[in-house]
Design a protein. Structure first.
Ligand code: NAD
Length: 441
């Protein structure tokens, strides 16, 4: 009889990684870039394994898996490798006269130590690997915890990461709530959590015990304001692409449309056409269209279909976890679909009289992770930028801001705290140490 090896306990994992960190092994830039190159190799040599796992978990097409997860991470690695030396360069600071002309001051980036990355299920590879890129680039040892709700991707990552990376400095811990709870009892030097706000609060409470700094990448309802002057066929096409990617299970997907009644009426047929252009008249048979992660989320979403008049979609098949790309009109702001983040392929249209009411509508609710604005008017763009608060702001194109490596990605208020990508990951996963030097003679 064979017995499965007992998984290493969280305390032992963290102690082992901390011992590695203390040797200084993760600090040289050469070690960091070597790890990033190996991760890049993993993605190029074994990308197909990850794409298969993503198809199993979420019905993602291979094209979508590469575009939004695998190649996305490769680009993040390349950008980091290109700029890491420059980002890490110490920065000198002017010294006040009372310290004398021979005093100098600067800042240097120190790695934090052992970092914990907890990832969600919707982009289960990208949202684990992109923070890992930043944490390694900043010279840390890292524990990554994939989502148990995307089990094929979790298993693939647990198998592949140790085969490519330094196993004394990078560990994968699989599991759900008990395993994550056990991990959170340990002392980390930073915790990076992506997921929902309820668990975000659990993470923040656990981190408080050890005074561990935390990044929370959360979600919420990201509005899309459509002005009457916009080219509505372009708007409908871009809204449909942004909303129905990954069957709507994208943290920065446009959650709902805010527009005036005439524009809403004009948008309805254009959204129907946009959905048909993307997925045909039977999206269930389209290889490009994904599936809902599990039955629990399917049931939650199916219950939201009554919140308005169905313009397009509404079809569903529980055994296939299929929910059609759906647009709802005449949606009451108090209806169930407007009371929670949808996180699925349902796009409600809510009407307001104009810009003032739209701004008030947005500001009456939690600060969103993203806000999208479709308008030709510079004044309208300026007013929205000045009078609302959101993690990111997209004029004319949903989702795309998060593909710009030189922009920080993160939320504000209920949509999260802290940010990452590119050099912002170095800021997140490092301590910026203040140094002053005054010669002794
Ligand atoms: P999830 O259920 O996969 O949970 C995320 C992680 O938390 C998992 O690793 C899970 O094991 C762990 N977890 C769950 N319950 C826990 C508990 N009680 N204690 C400790 N750990 C626990 O994912 P989810 O939360 O359903 O993800 C969807 C949410 O994430 C949405 O709100 C979405 O908007 C948000 N999101 C945000 C971003 C971003 O970058 N800001 C990206 C993706 C998703």
């Amino acid at each position: 009889m064979t017995t499965a090896a007992t998984p290493e306990q969280p305390t032992d994992v963290v102690a082992r990684l901390r011992a590695t960190f203390r040797t200084g092994r993760t600090k040289p830039v050469a070690w960091r870039t070597e790890q990033l190159r190996r991760l890049r190799e993993l993605l190029t040599e074994r990308g197909a394994d990850l794409a298969d796992a993503l198809h199993t978990d979420l019905g993602k097409s291979s094209t979508e898996a590469y575009r939004t997860e695998i190649d996305f991470t490769v680009r993040e690695i390349d950008h980091t490798l290109d700029h890491l030396d420059a980002w890490l360069r110490p920065e000198s600071a002017p010294v006040p006269a009372h310290l004398g002309a021979d005093a100098t001051a600067w800042t240097q980036y120190d790695p934090l130590g052992v970092v914990l990355v907890i990832a969600p299920w919707n982009y289960p590879a990208q949202l684990l690997l992109a923070p890992l890129v930043g944490a390694l680039a900043a010279g840390n040892a890292v524990v990554v915890k994939p989502s148990e709700l995307a089990p094929a991707t979790s298993a693939a990552l647990a198998h592949l990461l140790p085969a490519y990376l330094d196993t004394d400095a990078v560990a994968v811990v699989e599991g759900g709530i008990p395993e994550t709870t056990a991990l959170l009892a340990e002392r980390f030097d930073h915790i990076f959590y992506t997921g929902n706000g309820t668990v975000g609060r659990v993470v923040l409470r656990a981190a408080a015990e050890h005074l561990t700094p935390v990044t929370l990448e959360l979600g919420g309802k990201s509005p899309a304001f459509v002005d009457r002057d916009a080219d509505l066929s372009v708007v409908a096409d871009r809204l449909a692409r942004g909303k129905f990617l990954n069957a709507g299970q994208t943290c920065v997907a446009p959650d709902y449309v805010l527009t005036d009644p005439d524009t809403a009426a004009a948008l309805e047929p254009l959204l129907t056409r946009a959905v048909e252009t993307l997925y045909g008249t039977d999206p269930q048979s389209s290889a490009a269209y994904g599936r809902i992660i599990n039955e629990r989320h399917f049931d939650r979403l199916a219950a939201l279909l009554d919140s308005g008049r169905i313009v397009v979609g509404g079809g569903n098949d529980r055994t296939d976890k299929y929910l059609a790309p759906t647009v709802l009109a005449d949606v009451d702001p108090a209806s169930p679909v407007m009371r929670e983040e949808i996180f699925g392929p349902i796009l409600p249209i809510v009407t307001v009289e104009g810009l003032d009411e739209a701004i008030a509508f947005i500001n009456d609710r939690d600060k969103p992770l993203a806000l999208y604005v479709f308008t030709e008017s510079g004044d309208t763009r300026g007013r929205i930028a000045a009078e609302t608060s959101s993690g990111g702001l997209g004029y004319g194109l949903p989702l795309a801001h998060l593909t710009v490596s030189d922009l920080p990605f993160g939320g504000v208020g209920e949509s999260g705290m802290g940010n990452y990508h590119g050099r912002y990951s170095i800021e997140t996963f490092s301590h910026r140490k203040a140094v002053l030097e005054k010669p002794l003679h």
